[in-house]
Design a protein around this ligand. Structure first.
Ligand code: C6P
Length: 428
């Protein structure tokens, strides 16, 4: 098979809008590639997504026409770049229903956003008797910063258990939380199982105990509508590169009043309003810039911000409910097909209503990396290993897993190709 069938609605493109992955595929130049003689099938979307023409064009145009540093010079280019960069913040704010640009800090990605909160908030606020509550399904980005800081500040890091099927154990979570818990840090969607946590419920419980809630939205914001006000989260971290934007740009959302109180993470240019040398004290007196710039030290990734804005506009044009529904359809289809092969073990519950488009599995007698390499021979890109979530693999008694993860441009025919390839591996 060299190409996928055209969707019947293509003919009516101008007349009706219908979410069509076949049409969407046309926007992604990389999907025209062949790998090892086969059409590229990209199932590693949880690691990073591919980029549509619209995003590539926006970034190219920025560098060809508007490139300059922001908030510094009075010339035309600087003015244009500043406008675009600020507009990108506004676009993100609207996308997640934040109150405005002042609640949106651009970072390098989810990892940096979590580290920002961990360092800025912990160093100032946590004492020895305090606790931070995580879960066993966290990505290393939401474990390691807390463990590092607990060594310095001597607070306790606790982990809520997950059940054998990978879902969060809500009873264990409610047992682990107490008045000592000052922050709950939890992923919205597991990057290994695709299980969606009930963040509204978690935030309600956390707030009842007076704790703040930091949500790792790396695997949710790209795939479903996320409303920070509706969920009532205090902080939300996510990465642009997993939602069609370039690498090196990400977001920390924080409630305005909390960001106001937080100390800056990095110091440098842009994040200050005034630095004046006081000869009597022999030191500089510093006042911070307004939000969100107080947290964006140094020259920011302006081109990345422009790319993120284009990516969000693209996703909005598809409709996030449609994105979610499409991935749900693909996941149900894949799970149904995988069931027919007893030598393939899938590590997610059958019930799919609280799942996103991620499927972890193993093939009997094969190491996950060998399966991924075999699939690569057929042009199929999946991830193998423990996906930066080693404690979860430990908890599920898994050495490692193969992971197929879907996005807007994937189609059922690609899942059929995956199944065909997995049938071949069994014959080895
Ligand atoms: N997960 C994966 O293949 P960065 O690298 O900062 O953009 O995102 C880190 C991160 C944080 N939380 C979750 C839930 C994630 O899935 C990721 C990134 C990739 O699963 C790369 S390890």
């Amino acid at each position: 098979m060299t190409s996928f069938p055209a969707h019947p609605k293509i003919k009516h493109k101008k007349m009706i809008f219908m979410f069509s992955p076949y049409l969407i595929r046309e926007d992604f130049p990389i999907l025209k590639r062949k790998i090892n003689g086969h059409p590229l099938i990209y199932f590693d979307n949880a690691a990073t997504s591919q980029k549509p023409r619209q995003v590539i064009k926006a970034v190219k145009e920025f560098y060809e026409k508007h490139n300059a540093n922001i908030h510094r010079a009075v010339h035309t280019l600087s003015h244009e770049a500043t406008e675009l960069y600020e507009e990108a913040h506004e676009e993100v704010a609207k996308f997640i229903n934040a109150r405005g640009m002042e609640e949106i800090v651009f970072t390098r990605g989810t990892t940096e956003a979590i580290n920002l909160v961990a360092y800025s908030w912990t160093l100032r606020n946590l004492k020895t008797e305090d606790e931070v509550l995580l879960s066993l399904m966290e990505h290393h980005s939401n474990i390691v910063p807390w463990e590092i800081l607990s060594e310095i500040k001597k607070f306790k890091v606790k982990y809520a258990d997950v059940n054998g099927d990978g879902t969060l154990n809500y009873e264990a979570f409610e047992e682990a939380i107490s008045r000592r818990t000052k922050m709950v840090c939890i992923t919205h969607v597991s990057n290994v199982t695709g299980i969606v946590n009930d963040i509204k419920r978690i935030a309600r419980v956390a707030h009842d105990y007076g704790a703040l809630v930091l949500v790792d939205g790396a695997q949710s914001v790209p795939h479903m509508p996320v409303d920070v006000k509706g969920l009532d989260v205090d902080f939300l971290a996510f990465s642009g590169h997993k939602m069609l934007a370039p690498t090196g740009i990400g977001v920390l959302y924080g409630k305005r009043e909390l960001l106001e109180e937080l100390d800056p993470f990095h110091g440098g240019g842009e994040m200050i309003r005034d630095v004046s040398y006081n000869p009597a004290r022999g030191r500089c007196i510093i006042t911070w810039n307004t939000l969100p710039w107080k947290f964006e030290a140094g020259t920011p990734n302006v081109g990345g911000g422009v790319g993120l804005m284009a990516a969000i506009k693209y996703l909005k044009s598809l409709g996030m409910e449609n994105v979610k529904a499409h991935e749900h359809t693909l996941t149900e289809y894949a799970l149904k097909r995988l069931k027919d092969y007893p030598y393939i073990t899938v590590y997610v519950p059958e019930e799919t209503s609280t799942r996103s488009g991620i499927i972890p599995f193993n093939v009997d007698d094969f190491d996950s990396h060998d399966v991924a390499l075999f699939l690569d021979g057929y042009g199929i890109m999946v991830r193998s290993g423990f996906h930066c979530a080693q404690p979860l693999h430990q908890r599920l008694n898994l050495h490692s897993s193969v992971r197929a993860s879907f996005y807007v441009y994937n189609v059922k025919e690609e899942i059929d190709r995956l199944i065909e390839a997995l049938k071949e591996i069994q014959q080895l």
